[in-house]
Design a protein. Structure first.
Length: 51
């Protein structure tokens, strides 16, 4: 008879892969959208300061 602990070990390599892929997607999206977001932020800030 197996204990309940050994039956529910989970898929650790799968979770590691999902975490790494998610982090990679965040870095990719940030590198693409970062300059555009910076421009929008600076434009909004300059409008507020000029107001």
């Amino acid at each position: 008879m197996k204990s309940k602990l050994t039956e529910e070990t989970g898929d650790v390599p799968g979770w590691v892969l999902i975490t790494l892929m998610t982090a990679g997607l965040v870095v990719l999206m940030w590198s693409v959208a970062g300059p555009a977001l910076k421009g929008v932020f600076e434009q909004a800030l300059s409008k507020v300061v000029a107001f």
